[in-house]
Design a protein around this ligand. Structure first.
Ligand code: MG
Length: 375
């Protein structure tokens, strides 16, 4: 532990000296890759996101979110990454520090060896998916900058096809819900958190101020499948376009029964963390919620989306409370998904990055290389 702490302090001081969010203009000009003897260097720093509103979902309530900001420097160019760690998911700044202290990128000569490097990262320890994502994102940002292109372009996507993002309305008292809905005027589609006792009241309150399409997320909050199906029918009648994770992930048969009987798509979120879960759950849900922090980053997210689409499943690209760093990274994949919930950076007061913008409710990609962060 002492060793980790020392490495952590060393890493922190290096990163503090560097600026966060920017990158040198050299990034645009450099096409030299894999310079012999040039090493990648990973640094990281804890950061606490301050939320604009207390955020309540079926299982918890909070006003801050701990994150870890990472940088990988190679030949004078920096790639930026992030791990977002809402407490209920089991990771923390301490576990991320412990994990990232074990990462040795110096053994690799070539940042373009994404498969090799990220397989190594995944093998270091179990879980730690957000900490793994923070390396994956920084590496993708670095490689994109070395190529001089954003990832949506490297992958061959059409940026005019980005979806509208939902804006999340947490569980709250009716007057606060109405106020939040009014503040979200720019958004074409709203996401409603449910799974507590006041599900119908939430919808009625929102419907008293807007007739926009909605999406709903029960966060495993319903325990009875007949009750859940009744609510889903009510949601469908009220222009809710899909439901996320209606029942606990352990209740596999009940969730499958709901999917079979539901008038709207049923998406697995807590049930489907990684690529291997998608195979197991392909007959349980009609869609999947892909998040970088669950699946270790952009590389696996891309594979999950490809697999889900080939299985005929719907895809929603989601996020945790994150800065524009991780949100911009996820947004690179957004032109090929059905729906997006990429409002994470809009919920915080202290975003140190500038990247993807939501314009008139639509995910709007820029052409900055890598994950699309601005100078
Ligand atoms: Mg969800």
């Amino acid at each position: 532990m002492k060793q980790n702490r020392r490495e952590f302090i060393k890493a922190t001081s290096i990163l503090t000296a560097a600026s966060i969010g920017g990158f040198s203009s050299k990034a645009f000009a450099t096409n030299i890759i894999n310079k012999k003897g040039t090493k990648m260097k990973l640094t990281f720093k804890p950061y606490t996101l301050e939320l604009k509103h207390t955020f309540t979902v079926a299982v918890s309530s909070r006003t801050t979110t701990p994150v870890m900001l990472t940088e990988i420097e190679y030949d004078g160019i920096k790639g930026y990454g992030e791990a977002s760690m809402p407490p209920y998911l089991g990771e923390s700044q301490e576990t991320a520090t412990k994990f990232l202290s074990k990462v040795n990128l110096e053994q690799f000569d070539d940042p373009f060896e994404l498969e090799n490097i990220l397989e190594y990262i995944d093998s270091i320890d179990e879980k730690n998916t957000a900490a793994k994502a923070s390396v994956d994102i920084a590496l993708h940002d670095l490689v994109g900058k070395l190529i001089g292109k954003p990832w949506y372009k490297i992958w061959g996507f059409d940026k005019s096809k980005t979806p509208f993002t939902t804006f999340t309305i947490g569980i709250d008292k009716p007057d606060i819900v109405r106020q939040k809905v009014k503040e979200a005027e720019e958004f074409k589609i709203l996401k409603v958190k449910m799974g507590k006792e006041n599900d119908r009241e939430m919808i009625e309150t929102i419907r008293s101020v807007t007739d926009k399409p909605l999406t709903a997320d029960a966060n495993q909050g319903w325990k009875d499948k007949h009750y859940a199906l009744e609510i889903i029918h009510y949601l469908s009648e009220n222009n809710v376009v899909y439901i996320e994770q209606p029942m606990p992930k352990e209740m596999v048969d009940e969730n499958a029964w709901l999917t079979k009987n539901s008038p709207i798509p049923v998406l697995g979120d807590e049930s489907i963390q990684r690529l291997s879960d998608l195979i197991k759950m392909k007959d349980v849900y009609s869609g999947v919620v892909v998040k970088l922090m669950k699946c270790t980053g952009m590389r696996e997210a891309h594979k999950m989306i490809t697999l889900a689409k080939s299985l005929g499943m719907k895809v929603m690209l989601g996020c945790m409370t994150e800065t524009s760093c991780a949100i911009s990274a996820a947004s690179q994949l957004s032109p090929i998904v059905d729906w997006a919930d990429l409002d994470g950076a809009l919920l915080i007061k202290n975003d140190p990055f500038d990247g993807m913008k939501v314009i008139d409710g639509k995910v709007t990609l820029n052409d900055n290389p890598g994950i699309g962060l601005s100078v």
